[in-house]
Every structure is written in structure tokens, then in C-alpha cells.
Design a protein around this ligand. Sequence first.
Ligand code: NAP
Length: 280
Amino acid sequence: MTAKIIDGKKIADKILSELKSKIKNSKQKPGLALVLVGNNPASEIYVNFKEKTCKEVGFYCERFNLDKNISELDLLKLINDLNQKPNLHGILVQLPLPKHINEHLITNSILPHKDVDGFTSLSLGNLMSENAILAPATARAVLHLIESAGTGIEGKNAVVIGRSNIVGKPVAMMLLEKNATVTICHSRTKNPAEHTRKADILVVAVGKPRLIKKDMVKEGAVVIDVGINRADGKIVGDVDFENVKEVAGFITPVPGGVGPMTIAMLMQNTLTAMELAKRI
Ligand code: NAP
């Protein structure tokens, strides 16, 4: 069997072009504040992509490049200002932040209806109570890509590898909400292959190049690779793509899978945030 490639870039482009047409003639443009602290090269690339996409779809975007030594208080003050600005519907603080800044505190200083990353405690709590409005963009991207395979989620065995608050846990919650039977594996899981081999849906969000090998994957599985790693001078995922595609039914590539879809979901969340602002 050779897996069908789930083309995240193509699906994302379609969503973005729909968003572009939707707001083309509207009086109000969704506005996104992008906050980048320091000069982590990967973070700069992600923020560049987000800014570029905003411009392409016709959103309003303000970018704040802050010194890596900015104090926690000054960052909080900036977010407080952005919270008050009516033309900025969404606020995204690119993670990770420098060590002297408390990420949890900063994330939670964003007003819930402007939390387009879906990382505040309230947004994550809403996910638990099946009441998510602004769910984390990467988790939404993963769900969208699984659904695009058309094999269904209800009743399927889903295995999520990774339990971060921003990817693994939200993905697991969203799969559970769609009635999958969900197993979460992490760094202390004994013999993860025992679980992954039973997975109809396998989501890998670890950050270790080509961790998932062909013999760990069930024939015909839907495999979603969230990982972004640099190895052998190129960007690779957490899945050994070339070999796993021989057994999987569907698989996302890296790059070109979850990455572009995450940005499309962020743009959708920003539009949702603009709609929410009208109701407040
Ligand atoms: P993270 O916070 O570092 O979490 C990694 C998770 O993987 C942890 O739960 C860890 O377990 C688990 N883990 C580590 N080694 C493992 C192993 N050998 N076997 C099983 N589990 C293991 O990372 P993250 O923020 O979730 O991101 C994961 C990956 O996705 C990264 O490569 C990141 O760059 C990428 N990412 C991509 C996008 C996108 O848009 N495409 C968005 C976000 C993240 P413990 O909890 O036990 O430590």
C-alpha cells in the first residue's frame, strides 16, 4: 500500500482564498497583533509567515518586534494596550518566550475573545467542556486534516504522541469530542509501538526527527505529522515519511502538511475573534 498524501498546503490555500473573498468587500477587516520577543530564528520564520499570510488575505496586521531583554511588566503593559485596541481582534504572542518571562502569565493576560492561539487557561478549559470557540490553531489544523481523509473519527482508535498544552492535549480532547477512543503517549510511555500499531489515527507531536518508523504504524492508518525538525540540512517531521507512507493509508508531509494548515486556522480564528468582538 502507498499512502495518499494529504496536501495541507492545498487545503490551506483553499481556506485562505475563501477567507479573502469573504472579507474583500466587508467594511471591517480582521486585525491581528503579532508579538515577537527576541530573535529566535524559528520564531522569526513563523511570525514572518503569519504576517505574510495576513497581508495576502487582506487582514490588518501589526507586528511588534521586542528586545529579548524586555521586562515581564513591559510586555504585560503592551498586551494590555493591545487588549484595548478595537482594530486588533486577535493577539498572538509567539512562543517560546525568554526564560525570565512567565509564559503562563503572559498568555493569560490576553483577553479571552482575542486569544486567537487558544492558549489561555479559559480557552483550554472551554475545550475540556466541549465549548471551544477559539481552539488552538494547530489542533484545529490536525482535526481538519484527519477529516479531509474521509475515513471518519467516531469509534476509531486514535493515538496522540505528545502531551503539550498547545498541541498534544488539545488534539486529544478534540478527537475525544469526535468520539474517537483516544490514547496519549509521552516520553514515559513504555513501548509506544504497542499503542501506535493499534492506531487507526496516529498524530505525532514530539519534535524528534523521524521517530515513528514503518513497523510502528498500522496498515491503512491516517498519520498526521505535526513535528518540525531540522535534520540532514532540511526540515523533516517526526515520522519517517518515506518508509511509513508504504503502510499508512493517508499521511501528511513535512513541510506542506500541518504547518500551512495551522496558519489557515489562525486566520479563521482571527475572523472569529472579529465576530466575537461585535457581540461584546
Ligand atoms: P513539546 O512541548 O516539546 O512536547 C513534546 C511532547 O513529546 C512531550 O509531551 C513529550 O513528553 C513528548 N515526547 C518527547 N520525547 C518522546 C518520545 N521519545 N516518545 C514519545 N513522546 C515523547 O512540543 P510541542 O510544542 O507539542 O511540539 C511538538 C512538535 O510539533 C515540535 O516539533 C514543534 O516544532 C511542532 N509544532 C508544529 C506546529 C505546526 O504548526 N506544524 C505547531 C506547534 C508545534 P513529556 O511530556 O513526557 O516530556
